[in-house]
Design a protein around this ligand. Structure first.
Ligand code: HEM
Length: 187
């Protein structure tokens, strides 16, 4: 049997000590420290491909949903998917939505910052005619599919769990902020 010298309180000489466990996240956040660490690492792959991921996300959100496309003044008249893919405004739009998500991931340790960003962004959608709070959920699946496509093999089952929790948290808070804003304005 292979034996290693392990002294009292020591460790195998061919092993480094385990790194210190990451500091726990705010319990109001839906991901633990290890999941946040993995998310930040994985997100680098999206950051390098922000424009194409954003286009993919929007194209998928519009697919088979003319009433979603109709919410966007600039895309209302563009019906061909190829034309949408080449549209520069769509690319900018997709990137802007992903930049909000990027900001949330970058500041994930700070619950108050995250909620602030989501509240401001959610409320802002009251300015878009025809938009209702539940419509935020229309981007859930397109977001997952676009991230999956960009990350390819790097999109593991574990990352799938993490990205799904993340997008549900984001959309739930955007919806909540807009509901609160609309009901505050109606009283
Ligand atoms: C993660 C979810 C979302 C985030 C973070 C988000 C964020 C944003 C941001 C930052 C803008 C401003 C873009 C700009 O200045 O060009 C915007 C505009 C807009 N968003 Fe969202 N959004 C989300 C989901 C959605 C969904 C699902 C819809 C539609 C079903 C939607 C409809 C709109 C519309 C109609 C505009 C105005 C576009 C225009 O200028 O014509 N958003 N959104």
């Amino acid at each position: 049997m292979h034996e290693r010298a392990i002294g009292y309180g020591g460790m195998a000489d061919d092993h480094l000590p385990d790194p210190a466990p990451p500091a726990p996240t705010d319990p109001r956040l839906p991901l633990n420290a290890r999941q946040v660490f993995k998310l930040k690492k994985s997100w680098k792959g999206i950051k390098r491909n922000m424009a194409s991921t954003g286009v993919e996300m929007f194209v998928r959100m519009f697919r088979g949903s003319d009433d979603t496309r109709a919410l966007f003044d600039k895309f209302r008249t563009i019906t061909s998917e190829d034309d949408l893919r080449m549209n520069e405004t769509l690319e900018n739009h997709g990137s802007k939505v992903l930049e909000v998500i990027d900001d949330i991931i970058a500041n994930f340790e700070n619950y108050d910052d995250v909620i602030h960003t989501l509240t401001v962004t959610g409320k802002m959608h009251k300015n878009f005619r025809g938009f209702t709070p539940s419509m935020f959920w229309r981007i859930e699946d397109p977001f997952i599919r676009a991230v999956m496509l960009t990350l390819g093999d790097r999109y593991s089952d574990n990352m799938d769990v993490i990205y799904r929790i993340l997008i549900k948290f984001i959309l739930g808070n955007l919806e909540k902020a807009l509901v609160a804003e609309l009901s505050a304005n109606s009283t």
